[in-house]
Design a protein around this ligand. Structure first.
Ligand code: 1HE
Length: 266
């Protein structure tokens, strides 16, 4: 249950260092379990980020990234309330996935249920080697309700999600990397360093390119091929025509720009 102390607590800390904002889920005593209040705060934090921010790093305090839905809130929820709760999660998670900012998530320990649904909203996923990934909804007698049946399924496929939900199969960080659920695996305690390195690179991309990657690429992925190719042509022409693209291409041709490197590879 949400006590007054819980609803008053600042459940997310925000640290802004020039173009990079670090948002930390800060309820380690409950393994960062997501109450409705927590989900609302997440949305509010994303909405309040100043325009100077170019990249977000999302992480969780303590030994676990996120234990999913706060199960203590379920006992009083009826069907209508459950649907409203899902809508609230969808609204908040849309701010993460379809906002103006690239989001890098750093995970350790449990990334389960709603925690995995949250991780699936991010654009780049970094797992420390302690991270493990599960969908224990079947065990708890419930179902995914934070968009995971859409997002996690798109990431790792319908068959794997079905099997994980039925059997309680938990993936370790190496397995999650092998199937593309996470992009990078780091040793313990190294996740934030990796995320900052990636964030610094993302922040130097042309803003219009980052916009196209975050806002147009997901639309293209949903479109039939002929529509997708047309959408691609349009956004390609718009980005190529922008003055910033001209300057960046000239810089490369005049040997003033970095070559493609392997610096960010895992
Ligand atoms: C919680 C929650 C929670 C911990 N809701 N309170 N999620 C789950 O089924 C995961 C349930 N949690 C666990 O399996 C374990 O807590 C962990 C493996 C994540 C961590 O274990 P451990 O030994 O480090 O911690 P703990 O002793 O189990 O938990 C510490 C406290 O956090 C304890 O409360 P306390 O008052 O006794 O100290 C736990 O009750 C509390 N806690 N996890 C509420 N999830 C939008 S739909 C999404 C559907 C789902 O997410 S289903 C999956 C739910």
């Amino acid at each position: 249950m949400n006590t007054p102390a819980h609803t008053e607590k600042q459940l997310i800390t925000v640290d802004i260092d020039e173009a990079i904002a670090t948002l930390t889920l800060n309820r380690p005593e409950k393994r960062n379990a997501l109450s409705m209040h927590f989900v609302r705060q997440l949305q509010a934090c994303f909405e309040a980020l100043p325009s100077s921010v170019r990249v977000v790093i999302l992480n969780g305090a303590g030994a676990h990234f996120c234990a999913g839905l706060d199960l203590s809130e379920l006992s009083e929820t009826d069907a209508g309330g459950g649907m409203q709760n899902s809508m609230l999660w969808y609204e908040a998670f849309a701010k993460v996935q379809f906002g103006r900012l690239p989001v890098i998530v750093v995970m350790q320990g449990a990334v389960v249920g709603g925690g995995l649904e949250l991780a699936a909203t991010a654009h780049v996923r970094v797992a420390e080697d302690s991270a493990y990934f599960g969908l224990p909804e079947g065990q708890r007698g419930i179902f995914l309700g934070g968009g995971g049946s859409v997002r996690v399924t798109k990431l790792i496929g319908f068959s794997r999600v079905t099997e994980m939900m039925l059997t309680g199969h938990v993936l370790n960080a190496t397995e999650a990397h092998a199937i593309g659920l996470v992009h990078y695996v780091t040793p313990a305690g190294e996740g934030m360093r990796k995320a900052r390195e990636l964030a610094a690179r993302i922040a130097t991309n042309a803003p219009l390119s980052n916009y196209a990657i975050l806002s147009v690429l997901p639309l293209i992925a949903e479109q039939p091929m002929s529509h997708g190719l047309m959408t691609e042509q349009l956004i390609a022409a718009i980005t190529q025509g922008a003055p910033e693209a001209k300057e960046r291409v000239h810089a490369f041709l005049e040997k003033r720009a970095d070559k493609v490197g392997l610096a960010v590879n895992p």
